[in-house]
Design a protein around this ligand. Sequence first.
Ligand code: FMN
Length: 215
Amino acid sequence: MKKVFLILFSFYSFIMGGNMEKISLPSPEFKGKISVEEALKRRRSVRDYKQLPLTLKELSQILWATDGKTIDWGGRTAPSAGATYPLEIYVVVGNVENLKSGLYYYEIDTHTLKIIKEGDLRQELSKAAYNQISIKNAPIVIVIAGIFERTTNRYGKRGERYVFMEVGHCGQNIHLQAEALGLGTVMIGAFEDDKVKSVLGIKEDVFYLCPVGKK
Ligand SMILES: Cc1cc2nc3c(=O)[nH]c(=O)nc-3n(C[C@H](O)[C@H](O)[C@H](O)COP(=O)(O)O)c2cc1C
């Protein structure tokens, strides 16, 4: 009897533990305040942000735009060579309403966040990116990371360039969505790979750091 109770308790803890870690994000909106043409015309790299928090709704919208799910079979906002989906999206949170600072993993399929590491990582992340101030001051930094093998297993060496192309699609998605929300962003490619991976504590290759904040 005691054994059965222990097994049931472990199972319950496992299920609850898994659920507790996941944070549901508000559903994304599919209509914005400006046209795609306006967003394209206005898009500019922005490196200074107001010291104001982002809302969970804004965070949700920008993550969904980055590479969110758009159709039941798993298609996303960004195209992917042979639907191999090599990219993984993380977000460093420093100042978002009702969300503690830390590194989160964006689970695309469920549109949820999973905390990976607690604490404000922006200062350390900025140091790993040659002290770029945009990273230090932004309320969030989206991290576009990925696993080459998912695409090179199918396409060989050429798959490497496909991964970089896909990163670019996600970056532009962030730019246009930020513009539509009245936010600013800049694509950061200049950083020390190993240092960034060590600050974040992740194994994937990191391609872009994308600070986002209020203009
Ligand atoms: C691949 C790539 C890497 C970049 N890396 C950085 C960077 O490390 N830091 C930065 O402030 N801007 C970076 N940028 C932004 C460019 O400096 C910016 O796009 C350029 O000056 C043109 O300005 P605009 O985006 O306002 O049109 C990068 C852009 C690209 C496409």
